[in-house]
Design a protein around this ligand. Structure first.
Ligand SMILES: CC(C)CCC[C@@H](C)[C@H]1CC[C@H]2[C@@H]3CC=C4C[C@@H](O)CC[C@]4(C)[C@H]3CC[C@]12C
Length: 472
């Protein structure tokens, strides 16, 4: 199939490859000194110094999901529902790849803030639909697919780590096939808040369901594990509606995802049982040979629970009030950055590569570890300013100032905007008929999952922006 050619048929504009100035070093600043009094709190309620921000709004960060949108177009081209699911699942994994090494905090969107992007034949519109709790909604469409969802990122600070549990769901619709796919977000955790180098991992189980056929891709994102053998690894199965396994998917969310048929997978496991373990190996008599004899009992118990099955996402965190108990990843020594064991690479015969991450731009480290796609998201393109909705993040002065390297200016603007938001809320309070409501989305029910969801009410692209509130 010709998906590469397909993307090429769309107008290829040249976007900026770098930000205006390199970022300020954060080496002289300690996150711990800011957060030490906030253990157990929701991070959305904590004001952090701008130095820990990246010059993007969370709405823009959310749109980074679209970096590999060509996979959805590719899915729509496939005539076999299993192939379509493979590409939708690959898209779901690819959407997380830009998070690798991205440890700056995006700006909290102001209530009513919006973001739009038109690229490669698709367009997307986002809106901050709620402030407390913070909820962001997005809706992307083109002739081949519709992709929409909402995120409420719950950030919990646990002392040594910050745990992020994004609530909400995403839906992909392929109109040509009358199909809808949905899945939910997995958790992520930022380590080494007190000492050492920050690092992030994403873990948990993601179920991509095709509601029309009952096919499912159940993907497990693994915690780093002992000696970081499983750092960034993802694997899982495609099953039919009777839960029969059809294909095996494996890879790393930072690099690639591959797919093989179940027969090749079974054979591979039989021949490589000593080095390749997965949830299905449970009880096959294999003992981990990498648990040092001096490992404390408590840690070993935890290790075993991680080794034998898909990681149970947040159960360890719930109801725990110990600061040390947050993210359940005890295996990497405190303060250390896990190194991936590169000799442990798997390549199963008869595999097809569904997705491969593009390398980061050369000077990415000087620019908040942005991908090329991220570099362009806050760009004010020619002729854009007059057409944009007045609530678009590109017009936010604090983000623009940070992008230009003016930390103090950014901090002052951020404070001003947050005060303005507070004043506006106070002014609305108690005044009948002045209740704030999102402009482009309404709270409804997702027709496929029957869950509460924010659905696009349409009209944004008519570009009639009269009566839009001034939030900046
Ligand atoms: C104290 C400092 C280090 C906090 C920094 C927090 C940063 C790294 C956090 C804040 C909000 C977080 C995001 C919240 C929600 C999502 C959606 C999910 O599908 C992928 C991860 C992603 C995109 C998170 C990535 C990490 C993130 C950007």
């Amino acid at each position: 199939m010709a998906s590469e050619h397909d993307t090429r048929q769309y107008e290829r504009r040249q976007f900026r490859q770098e930000l205006p100035v390199p970022m300020f070093s954060r080496n002289d600043f300690s996150i711990w000194s800011v957060l030490k009094n906030c253990i157990g709190k929701e991070l959305s309620k904590i004001t952090m110094p701008v130095i820990f921000n990246e010059p993007l709004s969370f709405l823009q960060r959310m749109v980074e999901y679209m970096e590999y949108a060509h996979l959805l177009r590719r899915a729509a081209e496939e005539t076999d529902p299993i192939c379509r699911l493979q590409y939708v699942a690959a898209f779901a994994v690819s959407a997380l790849s830009s998070n690798w090494e991205r440890l700056g905090k995006p700006f909290n969107p102001l209530l009513g803030e919006t973001y739009e992007l038109e690229r490669d034949g698709y367009r997307v519109v986002c809106e901050q639909v709620s402030h407390h709790p913070p909820i962001s909604a997005f809706h992307a469409d083109c002739k081949d697919f519709i992709f929409h969802g909402s995120i409420h990122p719950k950030l919990k600070f646990w002392g040594k780590s910050v745990e992020i549990q994004p609530k909400g769901q995403v839906t992909v619709e392929l109109p040509r096939w009358g199909e809808a796919y949905t899945w939910t977000y997995i958790n992520c955790c930022v380590h080494n808040i007190i000492v050492g180098k920050l690092w992030m991992e994403q873990y948990g189980t993601m179920e991509v369901t095709n509601h029309a056929t009952g096919h499912r891709a159940v993907l497990t994102f693994k915690p780093a594990g002992w000696f970081s053998k499983d750092l960034h690894r993802v694997e899982g199965f495609i099953t039919d509606k009777h839960k029969k396994k059809l294909h095996f998917l494996y890879g790393k969310w930072t690099e690639f995802i591959r797919c093989t048929d179940i027969a090749s997978y079974d054979e591979y496991v039989r021949e490589n049982a000593h080095k390749f373990r997965h949830e299905g190996d449970k009880g096959k008599g294999h003992t981990p040979n990498d648990s040092p004899s001096h490992t404390p009992k408590k840690v070993l118990a935890k290790l075993n629970s991680l080794k034998v099955g898909p990681f149970k996402s947040n159960s360890q965190c719930e109801g725990s009030n110990s600061a040390d108990e947050g993210c359940p990843i005890p295996d990497v020594a405190e303060g250390e950055l896990p190194k991936c064991d590169s000799t442990y690479s798997i390549d199963i015969p008869n595999s097809v590569t569904l997705w491969e991450a593009d390398p980061r731009p050369e000077r990415s480290a000087e620019y908040y570890q942005f991908t090329l796609f991220a570099m362009s998201l806050n760009e004010m393109e020619q002729g854009m300013k007059s057409r944009l909705c007045p609530t678009d993040c590109r017009l936010r002065p604090d983000i623009r100032k940070l992008e230009e390297g003016d930390i103090d200016g950014a901090a002052a603007e951020k404070t001003r905007l947050e005060e303005k938001q507070r004043d506006a809320r106070k002014a609305r309070k108690g005044k009948k008929g002045l209740d704030w409501a999102p402009r482009w989305f309404t709270l409804g029910t997702n027709p496929y999952t029957k869950q509460e969801d924010w659905l696009y009410s349409g009209g944004y692209w008519d570009r009639n922006f009269s009566g839009i509130l001034d939030i900046f």
